[in-house]
Structure formats: C-alpha cells, structure tokens
Ligand binder design. Structure first.
Ligand code: SF4
Length: 72
C-alpha cells in the first residue's frame, strides 16, 4: 500500500508528527515531511510504499485538511 501526502494542502499543524513520528517530521518549509518518501514535483506530492500502515492511519484520520491519503 501507499501513503500519499498532498504538500500544498498541508498547513503544518504537526498532528501527524506527534501521532506518527516514525514516519513524519516537520520540514524546513514548515510542512510535514514523510520520511524516506519519494517527491513528485509535478504533482507536489510525497509518496511512500509501505507493507504495514502502522500509525499512518491515525495520522490520516487526524489531519485537519485531509491531505494524507492511504491507497490499499
Ligand atoms: S496533520 Fe496534515 S496538515 Fe497537519 S502537519 Fe500533518 S500533513 Fe500537515
């Protein structure tokens, strides 16, 4: 499955980082960064292939602008 973050929507609230620090950190641009992810500059998204969803489900659920997506 795949975790996808729409970078332009992120408001940098930090909730995903607090809930799921194994996968998320705050970037220098004030937005959350998905660790070890691949950046698609055309779509302005970060994506990461994972076997286990782990805490990313909680991160996606709590994101106030719903910019974290999980594709199964
Ligand atoms: S929870 Fe959503 S809006 Fe908040 S920092 Fe994470 S990705 Fe950005």
């Amino acid at each position: 499955m795949k975790i996808i973050q729409e970078r332009k929507k992120c408001i940098g609230c930090g909730s995903c980082v607090t809930l799921c620090p194994k996968y998320w950190e705050m970037g220098e641009d004030g937005k959350a960064h998905l660790l070890n992810s691949e950046f698609d500059s055309q779509k302005d998204i970060e994506k990461l292939e994972v076997k286990e969803i782990g805490c990313n489900q909680e991160a996606a659920d709590i994101c106030p602008v719903q910019c974290i997506h999980i594709k199964k």
